[in-house]
Ligand binder design. Sequence first.
Ligand SMILES: [Zn+2]
Length: 165
Amino acid sequence: MKVSNEWARLSQEQEAIITKHHDNFPVKVGAIARDFGIIVKRSTLKPGISGEIKETNGEVVVKINRHDTEERQRFTLAHELAHFLLHRDKIGDGIVDTMLFRSSLSNALEAEANRLAADIVMPFTLIEAVDFSENIRIEEKIEYLAKLSKLSIPAMEIRLGKKGF
Ligand SMILES: [Zn+2]
């Protein structure tokens, strides 16, 4: 199974919590967050802000912009969950992510969060288990997988592009 370097940084316990939810698309990212003890709130955030994560006295709260599409909200939640797993020591007073996943963290750290988020909500184990007819066009494949995983078409394009389809 092909996974990111970021996935390889997870503890066995963290990996087990996530893969427990990798039985079917769409991956229940809200349930994974809850299993990690994270409180998720759908909130009105400033326009252009997709999500944020804060930790106060050990309580981790993620806010997702409820005005974004459901597909977008799902990926944002996976992205914030990835910050929790990879960058917990850097959460400080909070990480606020724009629509393009820019924050006070470096772009390199943002890219790490995006790669782990993809492994959480678009695992290749589930993508590879989908049986496509041989002559299906790549655009149809992407559209089908996006719908099945309840994620946006651009998110799925990036995912499959990296695999060299
Ligand atoms: Zn971020």
